[in-house]
Design a binder for this molecule. Structure first.
Ligand code: PEP
Ligand code: MG
Length: 902
């Protein structure tokens, strides 16, 4: 980049220059501060350093050219506006330096307050605050502490130790008992700690403090906890953070000052009302950290009615402006209200649906927008079971229902232990007095989170809600002893490993494992709740939005089901047919014997007998399934897995033979099985004798299945029902394979269908890359394609689907080779390209070719959007994901129409 361009690049924006749509550049906090400034709300003046400056700094390790000068110019403007100079000894301007990325990452990055204080300006601050020495020295010690810890990596405990020491000397446990002299002494102690760890004195030059703090915020983008959080929340790693430099206002100037957070609706349930916490005589960090006990926001009306009324009017204004739930941070400095932050607030899955429904009622948004604002992951959460609370289960404590859900597991008291036990497959509940950003890994690993302190806005609550994890916060009856790994409540003591249950909706805590029942939303999908008459606003909202999604979507949604029960349930959940009926499970259980006979058959006769015995059983299976899906298409896939999967494992057979021989028993059958297993052994069974290859090698196997399918369909139709069978051939790679199977099947179909009027389609899975690349040819012999994206991913990447996720995906995720397992969400660029090619070439060869997908991706939200964009006719997924796919298929239409840019 030419030097001139670099110099001219704009890296710093005054609040008055930005707006809410500039989140990429100014971060969420900066963009919204700008928006509030432009709305005329009382925002302390300041400026935002862009994410581009951060990215440039992180790329080179140096501030980009021109940045320092721009900061200087904006600082001067700020000083003029405030009538004070940064760190002026007599009347200092102080600033806060705050991170703010495009997506909110609560507590993951750094903030430094009170920048501009030094040995001289602390005196000026005291005078400014009406000779309030205590306040001035307290602010100074906070600066050294925060600056030391975040900018210079001084261990935080050292400062905490010194603070405890000062309190002990005073015979108190409360910071507020320390007077100005104590705090002056503490500043000296802090400076010594600072010098010991950094080898230099605490910097006195205000501008140097500012520059170093800005740098520390840039660098905190790559702090470990921020990296972990981004991975968890799927936030791209290359966005960088903006930095907001804001004139300080003080909530700790006395009883007529304070700080708080507020929501315009309940972020847990979506209910309308005033929700929030207030803490008198404190700085903002105290509230968010959940360290001191706050009072409900309503109390502010009593404490300072003018500020309360003003705040309420701003909240209403913001909600109307953003047309959404907003959360707000504010400070009152000696009776004057300042708005420090707002954003469209995080909310639980239930609240997302309820609020979207309410906003439609209020005329603030339309149904498309409501659909756009919820998502499949939230719906999936609402389908988790909840506790079945009979009388036997009495709660032992009640806290705040901070993030809903029903979670049981072993109590653990540290993040590391949570990670350790979860890795062993245990369900754990992380129990802490309060959480802090260092607990993030444990919170991710845990099934639920329980804290004894902090409200709905504490760290634990905010982070858990963001992750959709069950959380009860502020259960203050609990006495949590982390070093001894236990808590006591009443007469009970719960140690590490004891099972507890937490209900994130009611805030109740139970000992032991509470049984669960289906959620209201599942009961609604099951047809057990009448939405129009339901008292539950959630059920009404889900119904309304699902109905709209169904009207909007182009993709049909089918299900993967191979029993009549699954098929019936999926149908209640809205499935429009079966996209994949795997037939292999029908060969298990007591039918294994017949499969063994088939495999061991030495003559055509023996084989035919075994197949003839399987035929009526298969036919009965299909009759039930067709009946459950009466009138809807049912795709039945011919048998796919290698046949040795139906035989006992080699080691077990070898032992059986040896034991039987020892006892002198007849071992002929075991020996024959053992020989068969040895003969059929394959080094790479997923690439071996399976799918269509079985049909070509074992005479009569596919024929038996085709006959069973068609006879079942004819039976159902003769009984007055409607069966729409689609026979699907797995693992085809070349059209000749399909043609061979087709020729045989067509003969049987013609013979069996007779006068019944049953129509049978024959199609294939596209799950081998070669099939995708020769789809034009294959379409000549197929009436439909169904993409088997599990195998297509396996063979497209060369990843063994049964092994790789545990073996090395963690490293691929760490390196960012992909952001999510390609088995979970379709790899649009690679495997997705195969799908696209096959869809295009297949349709070119046979217009009207029916296209669907039946791999696991069919129920994954992002993949559903991809399949919509490719133009498939349907997705097929497991019954519980059917509603998710319906919702996302509706959202995909809006996304394609560009609604996402609203
Ligand atoms: C697939 O491969 O995507 C598929 C649906 O088949 P299976 O998972 O049974 O191999
Ligand atoms: Mg497959």
């Amino acid at each position: 980049m030419a030097a001139q361009e670099t110099v001219d690049h704009k890296y710093v924006y005054d609040f008055a220059e930005g707006n809410k749509d500039l989140k990429d550049l100014l971060g969420g906090k900066g963009a919204n501060l700008a928006e509030m400034t432009n709305l005329g709300l009382p925002v302390p003046p300041g400026f935002t350093i862009t994410t581009e400056a951060c990215k440039a700094y992180l790329g080179t390790g140096e501030e980009p050219a021109g940045l320092a000068g721009q900061i200087e110019a904006h600082l001067e403007a700020l000083e003029r506006e405030m009538g004070r100079r940064l760190g002026d000894p007599d009347d200092p301007l102080l600033v806060s330096v705050r991170s703010g990325a495009k997506f909110s990452m609560p507590g993951m990055m750094e903030t430094v307050l009170n920048v501009g204080l030094n040995d001289r300006s602390v005196i000026g601050l005291s005078a400014q605050a009406g000779r309030n020495d205590r306040f001035a020295w307290d602010s100074y010690r906070r600066l050294i502490q925060m600056f030391g810890k975040t900018v210079c990596d001084v261990p935080g405990e050292e400062f905490e130790h010194a603070l405890d020491e000062a309190k002990r000397a005073k015979g108190s446990t409360d910071d507020l008992d320390l007077d100005a002299d104590d705090l002056r002494g503490l500043v000296d102690a802090y400076k010594k700690i600072f010098a010991k760890h950094t080898g230099r004195e605490f910097p006195q030059a205000p501008r140097e403090q500012l520059d170093l703090a800005i740098r520390a915020v840039f660098e905190s983008w790559n702090a470990e906890r921020a990296v972990v959080y981004r991975r968890q929340e799927r936030i791209p790693a290359d966005l960088g953070t903006a930095v907001n430099v804001v004139a300080m206002v003080f909530g700790n100037l006395g009883p007529d000052s304070g700080t708080g957070v507020a929501f315009t609706r309940d972020p847990a349930s979506g209910a309308q009302g005033i929700y929030g916490d207030y803490l008198a005589n404190a700085q903002g960090e105290d509230v968010v950290a959940g360290i001191r006990n706050t009072v409900p926001l309503q109390e502010l009306e009593r404490i300072d009615k003018t500020s309360y009324d003003e705040l309420l009017s701003y909240m209403a204004r913001l909600e109307e402006h953003y047309r959404d739930l907003c959360d707000i941070e504010f400070t009152i400095e000696r009776g004057k209200l300042w708005m420090l932050q707002t954003r469209v607030g995080k909310r639980t899955a239930a609240a997302a649906f309820v609020i979207a429904g309410q906003l439609v009622d209020e005329g603030l948004i339309d149904l498309d927008e409501a659909l756009h604002r919820v998502n499949g992951a939230q719906l999936a959460q609402l389908m988790f079971p909840r506790f079945r609370l009979d009388h036997e289960f009495e709660p032992v404590a009640k806290g705040v229902g901070a993030s809903p859900g029903a979670a049981s597991g072993k109590a653990v008291f540290s993040s590391d232990r949570a990670v350790e036990l979860a890795a062993q497959g245990e369900s754990v509940i992380l129990v802490r007095r309060e959480t802090n950003p260092d607990d993030l890994n444990g919170m991710i690993a845990a099934n639920g989170i329980l804290t004894s302190r902090g409200g709905k806005t504490s760290h634990a609550a905010v982070v858990a809600r963001g992750m959709g994890k069950t959380c009860v916060s502020g259960a203050d009856a609990l006495d949590v002893n982390v070093p001894q790994r236990r808590f006591t409540v009443g007469e009970h003591t719960v140690g590490e490993g004891d099972v507890i249950s937490v209900d994130g909706t009611t805030g109740k805590v139970y000992l032991g494992e509470v049984p669960v029942m289906p959620s209201e939303v599942v009961q609604y999908f099951e047809g057990n709740l009448e939405p129009a008459r339901s008292e539950d606003p959630l059920v009404r909202a889900v119904h309304r939005i699902m109905t709209h999604a169904d009207q909007r979507r182009r993709l049909a949604v089918r299900t993967n089901a191979d029993t009549a029960e699954d098929a019936a349930r999926a149908r209640r959940f809205g499935a429009q047919g079966i996209g994949l009926c795997r037939t292999e499970h029908m060969f298990l259980g007591d039918r294994r014997e017949l499969v063994e006979r088939l495999i061991l058959a030495r003559t055509d006769d023996e084989r035919e007998q075994a197949l003839a015995a399987l035929l009526p059983l298969q036919r009965a299976d299909f009759v039930e399934i067709f009946r459950a899906m009466d009138g809807l298409p049912v795709t039945v896939r011919l048998i796919d897995p290698p046949l040795h999967e139906f035989l006992p494992p080699l080691e077990q057979l070898a032992v059986n033979v040896a034991v039987a021989q020892e006892r002198g028993e007849d071992v002929a059958k075991e020996e024959a099985l053992l020989a068969a297993v040895r003969r059929m052994h394959e080094e790479n069974p997923m690439l071996g004798l399976r799918g269509v290859r079985l049909g070509l090698v074992i005479p009569g196997l596919f024929a038996m299945q085709v006959r069973a399918i068609v006879e079942a369909a004819v039976t159902v139709v003769r009984d007055g029902g409607s069966a729409l069978p689609e026979i699907m051939v797995p693992l085809v790679g070349a059209v000749q394979e399909l043609e061979t199977v087709r020729a045989e099947a067509e003969k049987i179909i013609a013979e069996v269908v007779g006068e019944s009027g049953v129509e049978v389609l024959i199609g294939t899975m596209i799950e081998v890359p070669r099939a995708a690349l020769t789809a034009g040819q294959i379409a000549e012999a197929a009436e439909f394609f169904s993409f088997g994206t599990n195998d297509l991913t396996q063979m497209g990447w060369g990843f063994s689907r049964d092994d790789v996720e545990a073996a090395f995906f963690w490293r691929y995720l760490e390196l960012g080779i992909f952001g999510i397992s390609p088995f979970e969400s379709i790899d649009a660029e690679g495997v997705g390209r195969l799908v696209r090619i096959a869809a295009e070439e297949g349709r070119a060869a046979r217009p009207g070719l029916k296209l669907g997908v039946c791999g696991e991706h069919g129920g994954d939200p992002d993949s559903v959007h991809f399949f919509h964009s490719v133009g498939l006719d349907y997705v097929s997924c497991s019954p519980f994901r059917v509603p998710v796919a319906r919702l996302e298929a509706g959202r995909a239409v809006l996304e394609a129409a560009g609604s996402d840019s609203r």
